[in-house]
Design a protein around this ligand. Sequence first.
Ligand SMILES: Cc1cc2nc3c(=O)[nH]c(=O)nc-3n(C[C@H](O)[C@H](O)[C@H](O)COP(=O)(O)O)c2cc1C
Length: 365
Amino acid sequence: MSQDTIKFAYWVPNVSGGLVVSKIEQRTDWGIDYNRKLAQIAEEAGFDYALSQVRFTAGYGAEYQHESVAFSHALLAATSRLKVIAAVLPGPWTPSVLAKQIATIDHLTGGRVAINVVSGWFKGEFTAIGEPWLEHDERYRRSEEFITALKGIWTTDNFTFRGDFYRFHDYTLKPKPLQQHPEIFQGGSSRAARDMAARVSDWYFTNGNTVEGVKAQIDDLRAKAAANHHKVKVGVNAFVIARDTEEEARAVLAQIIEQADPEAVHAFGDAAKQAGKSSPEGEGNWAKSSFEDLVQYNDGFKTNLIGTPQQIAERIVALKAVGVDLVLAGFLHFQEEVEYFGRKVLPLVRELEQRKAATRTAAVA
Ligand SMILES: Cc1cc2nc3c(=O)[nH]c(=O)nc-3n(C[C@H](O)[C@H](O)[C@H](O)COP(=O)(O)O)c2cc1C
């Protein structure tokens, strides 16, 4: 298979309530036994990555959460090829502790750990754990220093850094991680998020969106990154509903929305909208999300990976054509649907990719 294949990640359900704020039955469990088996199914199905979530408290159906770094390690220990991305929040984590923790996990797992630096959107969570709540762009300024410090610690000796948030004096981490440095993902869609990705992150994760919406973000991001001589890859969120017929898939979406818990959706929406609105330009994640969009935490319906395996595979290839490197997938019944996705959708994606590559080669010849 060529290097140029689109990658797949799934959301680790380490938080209760699944990935939709709905009373619809979800055969998904946030516990470790379910998640170990899911990771093994995903690895077998052809997924490249699993993404855990970081959450200290929540009041909208997600009230039980396992800690992301420890949980990610457990999933790495249960698999042999899958990479697991541990979500972390600057503030509760310091770069010194995280650099050490991740370097050790990297050694324990043969170089398969990555991190997702999330900058925080939920003020109530920070207040609950006694962490100062910084204003939107300040959160990103801190995250950028956090990433710069991590890379410095992981890749150099005698690291010295004088930032506004973090300081290091002649620090040498031993052992360094096995990987040159574990991949650094980040989430967020605001201007500050994109500017940070264009300077320091390896990967930019964004909420679900239409192909056109994703393209606009990627064009902006890549132009900025090029000006900084930096390369950044892009992952887009999608809630996947793959069924043998389009009618079945659409009916599942309709049921999810019909059985949405309005109180919980509004509670989540109110908190999430603070994040989007509080970015100076009002363009952050969720700034324009409707009630239906908010039923899926990260606007995953908008990406429209809903339909038959063929329809979904075609849409994935369309996303790839505008520059998407990875699809981050959420599901209603994770174990069954990850297996189905690997069996029915993924082979079609690879077929379409090969066909496109062959057409390109023929056109050049
Ligand atoms: C794919 C993805 C995963 C995220 N995971 C988490 C998470 O686990 N915990 C969290 O608090 N925020 C998470 N976020 C939220 C972002 O880090 C960020 O705070 C939010 O998107 C608002 O940022 P913005 O104002 O730049 O759009 C995630 C965002 C994305 C796109």
